[in-house]
Design a protein around this ligand. Structure first.
Ligand code: ATP
Ligand code: MG
Ligand code: MG
Length: 466
């Protein structure tokens, strides 16, 4: 990709989140991730081009030097910062505008800095050899998979009902979503196949912003925010059916919708469980049940295998658990740092509050003493740990699946790992983690406020909602 010969016609709208807009190349397996900022600032960018460059470089550094140490290099593609011609970015923003969902248009794409993050397109992976069937990619934003056990937690409900399930009530009460999702992250992270299956079924039924499916790089299944319509399961089945016709679950030559969906979820559970090292996380069972989960514990027929220690879910959960104090225990430490920076503003760079996210940052966070010695260094290290955990609670997993043709030779190909079980068809898969931006230091007070709002809303309405 030559940045001085960029043509907006080679790029198309791919998707967006709260912080960035993503366009994909029409031929190459590449995406550009551009920053967004509030529409009311559209005439006045909130930062200079240099600052935008620094911000994106920080994202790359945080992902490659910090998050990859916790999550495992093999899952992470940190990408690189690119400087693009301003005219190209302007044309691109005009081109994609009409494809953007209305509810995301409270923010505009940054057209002033010319900076972007260039990443491999994980929904249209470059395959070692051409395949007959387009890859199927499933994006899951799993959110927080454990209940806090910190002594600083002031409301008992937080140790019983998980944050995601409580947040669902708040989102419905505030009108963000029409229906509550019955997905519970504690089920997904349980390492029990039945619970994981149940969790994924509910992600499919109410995807919100936690679940998307891409076919050949195109999003074919997702939620429309604010819309009354429920998702179109029939259209999903139409897409999935050709991939799942080879299971041994035919009745008179016909595979039922139920069987297609069941096998699809099974393949996904297998991919999420893959990774070698068995049963490292058996604590899952028993302690990690969310009282709001719709999963009936009495239905468990098989013991938990536990999450494999090299698998993607275990790595994400471990990283999320760097939040040992809960926001309630962390906030006073944040205040200690804040007060100190108020008195000694120059210390901000020594404490690496805004990066650089390098080895020294990692060391600060890893060498944190287990007891609070009252120092600002202790407080800063806990804040750093909390921020890493926040990123792990907000990241997405991308599972790319390619059907395997009979007798395919997978020798030496990273891509090809067997997913054959007696019931499910054979797929090769690859798992990645995306969206690993550092969360700003300044966002911590709003985390505390949000936590309080969610808990009080749940206590007010929780049992009452259907
Ligand atoms: P959030 O609101 O979740 O924090 P964000 O603004 O940080 O989102 P991303 O999640 O990184 O943005 O990107 C938005 C969407 O673009 C993703 O959900 C995913 O569907 C798509 N996307 C991002 N990076 C890639 C990639 N490397 N390959 C393919 N698709 C991608
Ligand atoms: Mg995201
Ligand atoms: Mg993000």
């Amino acid at each position: 990709m030559e940045v001085d010969k960029m043509d907006e016609n080679d790029w198309k709208y791919h998707g967006e989140g709260n912080k960035s807009l993503v366009v994909s190349h029409v031929q190459l397996s590449r995406v550009l991730r551009l920053l967004k900022y509030p529409a009311e600032d559209s005439e006045n960018p909130p930062q200079t081009a240099e600052q935008a460059f620094r911000q994106i470089q920080n994202i790359v550094d945080f992902s490659s030097n910090v998050m990859s140490r916790f999550l495992g290099q093999k899952f992470i593609h940190s990408g690189e910062v690119v400087k693009l011609p301003l005219e190209f970015v302007r044309q691109l923003s005009i081109k994609v505008q009409h494809q953007r969902p209305a509810w995301r248009c409270d923010k505009v794409m940054d057209i002033y800095s010319g900076c972007a993050l260039c990443l491999p397109n994980l929904t249209s992976p470059a395959l070692p050899q051409p395949t007959h069937t387009a890859p199927l990619c499933i994006e899951i934003k799993p959110k927080c998979g454990f209940l806090p056990s910190s002594k600083h937690v002031s409301k008992d409900i937080k140790t019983k009902v998980c944050r995601f399930c409580m947040h669902q009530h708040y989102k419905v009460a505030s009108g963000k979503w029409k229906r509550r999702s019955l997905y519970c992250p504690l089920d997904l992270f349980s390492g029990n196949r039945q619970r994981m299956h149940f969790a994924i079924r509910h992600l499919i039924e109410e995807p919100q912003n936690n679940f998307k499916i891409f076919k050949g790089g195109q999003c074919v299944y997702s939620s429309k925010e604010g819309s009354d319509d429920s998702v179109d399961l029939n259209s999903l089945l139409h897409h999935l059916r050709p991939y799942l016709l080879h299971g041994n679950n035919r009745i008179n030559g016909h595979v039922s919708n139920k069987a297609v969906l069941h096998d699809f979820i099974q393949v996904l559970v297998n991919a999420l469980m893959g990774g070698g090292g068995v049963g490292a996380d058996r604590r899952g069972e028993g302690r990690s049940f969310c009282e709001a989960s719709a999963f009936n514990r009495e239905r468990i027929r098989h013991g938990s295998q536990g999450l494999p220690s090299e698998g993607v879910l275990f790595r994400i959960l471990q990283t999320q658990m760097l939040d040992t104090l809960d926001i309630e225990g962390l906030y006073p430490l944040y205040r200690r740092v804040e007060q100190y920076l108020h008195d000694f503003p120059k210390e901000r760079s020594r404490l690496q509050i805004d990066g650089p996210y390098n080895e020294a940052f990692l060391e600060k966070l890893q060498k944190c003493p287990s007891e609070d010695d009252g120092s600002v260094d202790y407080a800063a290290a806990k804040v750093h740990q909390y921020r890493v955990a926040m990123t792990a609670k907000d990241c997405s997993i991308m599972v790319a699946l390619v059907p395997r043709s009979e007798g395919e030779d997978d020798e030496g190909q990273r891509w090809l790992r067997d997913l054959i079980s007696s019931r499910t068809p054979a797929f090769s898969y690859s798992v990645s983690i995306l969206d690993l931006d550092p969360k700003p230091f300044e966002s911590i007070p709003s985390q505390l406020r949000l936590d309080q709002k969610i808990v009080s809303c749940y206590l007010r309405t929780g049992g009452a909602l259907p």
